[in-house]
Design a protein around this ligand. Structure first.
Ligand code: MN
Length: 255
């Protein structure tokens, strides 16, 4: 709908889950095209070895889908997640999107709103925070990007295995956001409203921040279904998008 801004995150798109890619392409063709702007708050991709991935078969249809939307006049803004933090200028150019800093403060229909991926708020997970600092370091990224595509693919496969086993071993509350980290970043940016993903725990949280009502909206992942937050002048609604036969048609047509 005109006057509507859409937010999604944690699609984790990759060749292994073509139905979700189909659901996303269908979402771009219809919902996103009818909106004023689309914000993708991290982990659009399950992995990203560097912008050579733009040309890889599992990602090309996604880049082209974004390109079609942006050429049609709907702006798309993309934030890095922990899975796709190496998206850079070649991806921006190919998809016609703009990369966003984490956090980004936005005036959203008159309400100052902070956008984040959300991983930086999980401060109780000290093991993850150490890893995050390493891979966010520009010097580390430069060394990594100088390696061959095959070598980068091998390293990332290793990280995914480690992530799977360490996530399984951690207590769920450790991997959620820390409320003090939430409040401190909201105070720092003078907002009463925050939108983020990463934890895959879609929910609106209402709490008190220095005597004022504050809201934190957590976006959901795109594993079993899609998840989209729609914001207009009246407020926000978090919806799930069921997989439909229509979304599977896109996969077949664009395979
Ligand atoms: Mn994430």
């Amino acid at each position: 709908m005109p006057g509507t801004t859409l937010f999604i995150s944690d699609l984790h798109l990759c060749g292994a889950r073509p139905a979700v890619t189909g659901l996303f392409l269908d979402f771009l063709h219809r919902r996103a095209r009818a909106s004023d702007a689309l914000y993708i708050l991290g982990d659009l991709f399950e992995y990203w070895i560097g912008d050579e991935a733009v040309e890889q078969e599992e990602f090309r249809p996604i880049v082209l889908g974004l390109r079609e939307l942006t050429i049609g006049g709907t702006p798309v803004f993309v934030m890095h997640g922990n899975r796709d933090l190496l998206m850079a200028h070649d991806f921006e150019r190919a998809a016609g999107v703009r990369l966003l800093k984490d956090p980004t403060r936005l005036d959203l229909h008159g309400t100052p709103t902070l956008l984040m991926h959300g991983d930086s708020l999980c401060t109780d997970d000290t093991e993850y925070m150490t890893f995050r600092a390493q891979v966010r370091n520009p010097a580390w990224q430069k060394v990594f990007l100088e390696k061959s595509v095959a070598e980068r693919e091998r390293i990332i496969r290793g990280y995914r295995e480690i992530s799977k086993s360490s996530t399984a071993a951690k207590k769920p509350e450790i991997m959620d956001v820390n409320q003090q980290a939430v409040e401190s970043v909201m105070r720092e940016h003078h907002v009463q409203r925050l939108i983020h993903g990463h934890t895959h725990r879609p929910k609106e949280h209402v709490f008190n921040l220095d005597g004022q009502p504050a809201r934190r909206m957590v976006l959901g992942d795109w594993y079993e279904q899609g998840s989209v937050l729609s914001v207009d002048a009246r407020g926000w609604v978090l919806e799930s998008l069921p997989q439909t036969p229509k979304s599977l048609e896109h996969v077949n047509a664009e395979a």
